[in-house]
Write a protein that binds this ligand. Structure first.
Ligand SMILES: NC(=O)C1=CN([C@@H]2O[C@H](COP(=O)(O)OP(=O)(O)OC[C@H]3O[C@@H](n4cnc5c(N)ncnc54)[C@H](O)[C@@H]3O)[C@@H](O)[C@H]2O)C=CC1
Ligand SMILES: O=c1[nH]c(=O)c2[nH+]cn([C@@H]3O[C@H](COP(=O)(O)O)[C@@H](O)[C@H]3O)c2[nH]1
Ligand SMILES: [K+]
Length: 496
């Protein structure tokens, strides 16, 4: 006989938080949003995020650019796994190598190139500073630098050679590899430079530091860093090629891996986790997705460092329609969180859980945390920002960005599907869409964080842990949801 659950499957929008006593101890500026992302016993070291946000394992969301931007704000990206092992590892390397204020040069020419090529390169990259090296590539010996102040298009012939345009190496002021951003800036100011090339002992260009970037790159107090001061990087993996992919990602510097699947309650995930944990005991790996107690326990027992919760709730998801599997996200989080707490009582091990998908309003994040999630994973939210890989387009009077599901045809996950199903029987589990363009990640995240802190302050909580202990949540009727929006008024156009 089929098991029929007594309770209805519910979503975040059906709940509200009831305020608790607020005191000076939980003023927004005192609130601590750090949160665990790997399993631990009380008192044991574990990895923590500085803010409870990770970005989705999706081609339209998490590449190295978004990963850098999010880690600089204190969160973590899981770089998408639906690409070759080499290109995913390269993205991880870019995150790990990123040094605030130290720019990796993308424009190289050799001394034999001409002004014509200088202009063409400038057009391609949009950058005016060009490094001149012995072989015209990044690994050549640095022989000079060209900036737009070195030539006059109206006077100089287009076939003038680069060696006659550049400022030669001997005349350059350079910084040595390994200097701090402050030291670099002191050199820039002392010598009235616009750009300081950072050069290693083999006279190769390692980075460039620009005067105009200084303000933007001053220390960021929430940056998520490892002990070598590199940003943390996460990576999505699958249950097929992990024996080759995982060593390459770890070698590239990936800090935390996550198995990426709509359905994590499978022997494939168990095998992948136990294999990875036995080969790389120091590696961290999250798993999922699950929506109930059994799925959670299965992955926890396998050794998962965190468990991801959510089937079919994502904005681009059609899994519930296609396969009829899933569960309301709030109900799933409530059940998994209470199982996690029981698991902690039984074993002494705390396993963080991640609420993945379906965050529409910022208040949903607060509700997910209050219900026991340690952090949330978002796709749509991050896809809207400058840093995401999707194209920015104009539609009518509005700017939008592309956002497509990992189960959509666009994502062309053929490699994975081809192993379990033929192309003839393949069906889509996600859609291709647009999301409204929203600007820079940092600006939007600051507003979201400020709302969450304000919610926590109202609920008398100065940390996520305290929030989870104290929160009181009520189910609301469809009529009270209506009451919660602006109603029975005539809204003015907001053009002031
Ligand atoms: N969170 C969600 O609700 C959903 C997420 N997605 C996303 O779409 C992408 C694809 O997800 P899935 O289709 O679930 O990928 P998947 O690779 O986990 O599963 C595809 C199929 O292969 C089977 N399978 C997995 N490992 C296997 C192995 N080693 N040998 C043989 N068969 C195996 C699975 O049971 C399933 O039938 C992911 O990025 C996922 O996050 C897709 C649908 C829903
Ligand atoms: O049914 C699905 N078909 C897809 O093609 C798909 N792609 C991603 N995902 C999942 O959705 C999450 C992101 O959800 P949001 O956009 O709501 O943040 C992600 O983190 C995934 O869990 C998919 N689900
Ligand atoms: K399953």
């Amino acid at each position: 006989m089929v098991k029929l659950y007594d309770e209805i499957s519910r979503t975040f929008n059906e709940y509200l938080l009831i305020p608790n006593l607020s005191t000076p101890l939980c003023m927004p500026e005192k609130i601590d949003l750090t949160t665990p992302i790997t399993r631990f016993r009380p008192g044991e070291a574990h990895v923590r995020l500085n803010i409870p946000f990770v970005s989705a394992i999706m081609q339209a969301v998490s590449d190295h650019k978004l990963a850098i931007s999010l880690a600089r704000c204190g969160g973590l990206s899981f770089i998408y796994g639906a690409q070759t092992i080499d290109s995913q590892a390269e993205m991880i390397r870019k995150v790990k190598k990123f040094k605030s204020g130290f720019v990796v040069c993308d424009s190289y020419l050799s001394p034999e190139h001409t002004l014509n090529e200088v202009l063409r390169l400038k057009e391609d990259t949009g950058h005016t500073t060009i490094a001149v090296t012995s072989n015209g590539k990044s690994d050549g010996i640095l022989t000079g630098i060209i900036t737009s102040r070195d030539y006059r298009i109206s006077r100089d012939p287009l076939d003038k050679k680069v060696c006659h345009i550049m400022t030669p190496f001997e005349a350059l002021i350079t910084g040595r590899d390994g200097i701090s951003l402050n030291e670099a800036n002191d050199l820039i100011w002392a010598n009235k430079l616009n750009c300081l090339p950072i050069v290693n002992e083999r006279q190769q260009l390692v980075h460039m530091v620009f005067r105009k970037d200084y303000e933007a790159h001053k220390e960021n107090p929430f940056e998520l860093l490892d002990e070598k001061k590199s940003l943390l990087a996460g990576a999505g993996i699958n249950t097929y090629d992990y024996q080759e992919r995982v060593p390459a990602l770890l070698e590239a510097g990936a800090d935390i891996l996550c198995l990426d699947s709509s359905d994590g309650y499978s022997t494939w995930q168990y095998d992948a986790i136990t294999y990875i944990k036995s080969k790389f005991p120091k590696g961290y790996i999250g798993a999922g997705n699950v929506v109930d107690a059994e799925g959670f326990r299965y992955l926890a027992d396998a050794g998962a460092d965190f468990v991801k919760v959510g089937i079919g709730g994502g904005s681009i998801c059609i899994t519930r329609e296609q396969k009829g599997i899933g569960r309301g996200q709030a109900t799933a989080i409530l059940e998994v969180a209470s199982t996690r707490d029981k698991y902690m009582e039984e074993t002494g091990i705390y396993i963080p859980i991640c609420s993945d998908g379906g965050i529409v309003y910022d208040n949903h994040i607060a509700i997910a945390l209050a219900m026991g999630a340690d952090f949330v994973m978002m796709g749509r939210y991050f896809a809207r920002f400058d840093e995401s890989p999707g194209k920015k387009l104009k539609r009518g009077n509005e700017y939008v960005k592309e956002y497509w599901g990992e189960g959509s045809d666009r994502a062309k996950n053929w490699q994975r599907y081809s192993m379990s199903a033929s192309k003839d029987t393949h069906f889509e589990e996600g859609v291709d869409s647009y999301v409204p363009y929203a600007g820079a990640l940092k600006d939007n995240l600051s507003v979201t964080i400020s709302k969450i802190k304000s919610t926590m302050s109202s609920c008398g909580a100065a940390s996520i842990q305290e929030f989870q202990k104290k929160a009181r949540i009520t189910l609301v009727s469809p009529m009270s949801i209506r009451e919660g929006g602006a109603h029975d008024i005539i809204l003015k156009n907001k053009d002031y």
